[in-house]
Each structure stands twice: as C-alpha cells, then as structure tokens.
Design a protein around this ligand. Sequence first.
Ligand code: OSB
Ligand code: MG
Length: 375
Amino acid sequence: MTLRYDRIVLREIRLPLKQPFRISSGMVTERRIALVELQHPDGISGWGECVAGEQPNYSPETIDTAWWAIRTWIAPRVRGEDLPSPNAVSEILERDFRGHRMAKAAVEMASWELAARLEGVPLARMLGGTRDEIATGISLGIQSSPDALVELALAARKNGYNKIKIKIAPGTDVEFVSAVREALGPSAHLAVDANSAYTLDDSAVLRRLDTFNLVMIEQPLGREDLVRHAALQQSLRTPLCLDESITDLERAQDMVTLGSGRIINIKPGRVGGFASSLAIHDYCWAQHVPVWCGGMLESGIGRAHNVALASLPNFTLPGDLSPSSRYWERDVVTPEWTMDERGMVRVPLDAPGMGVTVDMDRIDNLTVRRDVIGR
Ligand code: OSB
Ligand code: MG
C-alpha cells in the first residue's frame, strides 16, 4: 500500500508530571504535548509526537511555533501525495522549509510509523534496528540539595538504571556531583548535563568536573558553539557529548572535524526526524563515535519512537528511556512502557508500527485543542 495521508489531526494534550523537572534553563511541571495523527484512506493511522517545550529554553521552537508550522506549511505540503517512502517526507520538508525541525520531525516520524503499519512490520525493524532490548539510564533534574540528589540517585540504582545523568548549572554542580560519586562509588556510570549553562570562563569548574571519572559531560557550552566546545574538549579528559548543538548530519560532521565532542545524544525530534537520525547514526558508526538516544519527557508515543531508534547497532550507550511510571500517573498508550530489574526496556517486535496502542479515551480526555488538515 502506498504511503499517503489525506487527513491530519493535530491535538494538544496536557500531561502533569509526577515530579517537576528542572534543568539549567527552566522548569517543567506539566507537559503540553502536540500529537500528530496521519490518517491513511484505508482507515489506518500513524502517530507522531512533537517534543518542543512550552518555552524556547532548550531550542528556539515551542509547541506553539511547531503547531503553527505544522498546520500552515508542513502538513499541507505532504498531505494528499503518494509518497514513495518515508524518506521522501524529510527530503521535501528539508528542501522547502528552513528550520522548524521539531515540527517537521513530528510529521516525519508519524510517516515512518504509518509506513511500518502499512507494511505490517515493527517500526524498529523498518528503521534497521537489531536489538530487542535497550539499556536505560535516568536523567535527574536539578535538586535543592546534594542530599536530595543522592537519595534519588540511590533509588535509581536500586531500580536498575544503567546510567545516572545529573542535570547541573553554575552553583549546583561540583558539590552535587561529588556527593553522588561518593555515595555510588567509583564504578557507577555517572554523567552530567549542563544544557548550555557554562562558558569558557567557567573552566575552573569544568576542570573540577573532569576529576569525577564521568562517562560524559553533556552540552556544557552554547548550542551553536562547536568552536569553543572543541577548545574545551582539548583541555578535558572526560568525553564531551553534544545534544543541543547537533541539529543535522552536517553538524555531526563538524563536531568530528573540529573535535568538539566524542559522543552524540541523538533525539530524533531535535534533528528533524528518523531519516536525519539514521544519517547521523551511520556517520557516527563509521567514525567510531558512540551515540545514545536522549529523551524530552515524551509520552508513550514519543517513547515508542525513541525505543525503536535506540535499537540500532551504534546506540551503544544507555538511553534516557525511563518507563512511563517515572513521569506519569497514567500514560497515553497500552501497554505502558516498563523497565526490568536490569534496567532494560524491551523493543516491541511482535506488532506492526510502534508496537503500542494509543488509548483514544485517554487522549480525548486530555485534549485541549484540535485542528484538522484535510477532510
Ligand atoms: O537535555 O536531555 C536533555 C528534558 C528536557 C529538555 C532537555 C533534556 C531533557 C532530559 C529528559 O534530560 C530526559 C528524559 O526524557 O527522561
Ligand atoms: Mg541534554
């Protein structure tokens, strides 16, 4: 069956987080999530989730700019066309529109999900995934004290998480990381993520962080600043991992050329979708640069896409793929996402598409706005 959608339903749902999540540039207590449903003429739907936040503090996009971009340019551009493959979606959108990667990704990833359903194959397999379970890490938000953070880190280890990532910012860094390292011992896989909160003037602090044997320091400097990241990487033993800075394949190539980092956090929403993620994955694999799949506090729909992507062979580091119950009282898919005592999440391989079912009653209850493109 050809890939085609004549009707696109955009919905905004609101999902309160069990615990507020604080990063260096802002705090989230409730996720406002835009969901994309692409409807094939035969009654089959493909689902996508937009990862843009409410505020432009992680990237310039927000849910409201993405909503506007999807309904005004992106959805009308690809709706009602016979598409030879989901790759055509990213080709068209990249050629015709600049930026708006999270908006494009929501539609592009839904196109892959729809294509997988139409072909009757699991999304993970369609993307080229080879694993049937993914090692999972946790990303712990900024806490009020080192003791509070230590308590969460100990609980995370007890739950089986394979990596603990600590959000840091100037003033909540060395003391906090040191306390967790002390409590968890020298062999625990610890990482930090600054979300661009530092500059090269903070090199004294960054050198202290270099002494904790961290598996990586994620995005210490500005999101567009590959040059200064390269200078910093030169002065540190710890690998730098880039998140915000990698918006497409070219930026990944620039990172390698300049030496701005040694690891990439691939978030498909950030790079425009799956085609771009696959290109970055393949390039990094050839360059011996390990990648892992980051999270954006997704609902069970976005998580399904992330889990499918993380099943590819060069995703060799644990992903930020916490189970549904870490974020939500109740998720929007069945079954909910779970993690076993070894900190592994199973890749659904016995159903076509993303492998979980969208709970339409739950979605309807949570929907605060809706827009339909097409008839
Ligand atoms: O930098 O990885 C990040 C959440 C919101 C914005 C940026 C980031 C994050 C996370 C959350 O770290 C990870 C998760 O989804 O559990
Ligand atoms: Mg990050």
